[in-house]
Design a protein around this ligand. Structure first.
Ligand SMILES: [Zn+2]
Length: 186
């Protein structure tokens, strides 16, 4: 997904000393380069949604029936909460190197605070938070640019996609009394 000026502006931190609240550091040939504060905001939004999905009682999970694009235009059943949580984890595991994934796993997945993480990973506080920022910035960028289903914004991930019907299909009326006419696909 291409970065848009409105997105980075709305996500930027007003007190950011790097971008001054504009969200973009500099533009390279018209291409917007998002500020780290924007990338961290994207990660926090996705992480908050991940926590909601994981903590939600399983009886509250919804099953949805959706169209999928492509040649076959199939419809499939899906469980969006579980899919989002799985994508969040698997994408992070694939993108991060071993060192940063250990920090991501301890701090974000297992919920350990910085003191426990520093003791467990045998590192000082400064190095730990520097690595946490690197994790947030790396994943924030990936979550936004991921295709075809970006994890940010979460509301787009959870909305049901409606695709156009196949060209060969024609809409006809089912024969019957006037009160029972109902369009069907053939
Ligand atoms: Zn900034």
């Amino acid at each position: 997904m291409e970065w848009s000026r409105s997105d980075v502006l709305s996500l930027a931190r007003l007190s950011c000393t790097t971008c001054g609240g504009e969200g973009a550091r500099r533009e390279n040939k018209g291409k917007i380069i998002p500020c780290p504060c924007v990338l961290r905001a994207i990660f926090r939004a996705c992480y908050a949604r991940f926590r909601v999905c994981v903590r939600k009682e399983k009886y509250m999970s919804r099953v949805s029936f959706e169209h999928f694009g492509g040649k076959e235009r199939r419809m499939m059943w899906g469980r969006k909460d579980e899919e989002y949580a799985a994508d969040f984890h698997l994408v992070s595991q694939r993108v991060l190197d071993a060192f940063h994934y250990r920090i991501f796993s301890c701090h974000f997945l297992l919920g350990a605070d910085w003191k426990l993480c520093c003791r467990r990973l045998r590192m000082d506080r400064g190095c730990f938070f520097h690595a946490v920022y690197r994790v947030q910035e790396t994943l924030g960028r990936v979550f936004y640019e991921l295709e075809p289903y970006a994890l940010y914004p979460p509301r787009d991930y959870f909305c049901t996609r409606i695709v156009a019907p196949p060209r060969a299909a024609t809409l006809v009326s089912r024969p019957g009394p006037p009160s029972c006419t109902q369009p069907v696909w053939r």
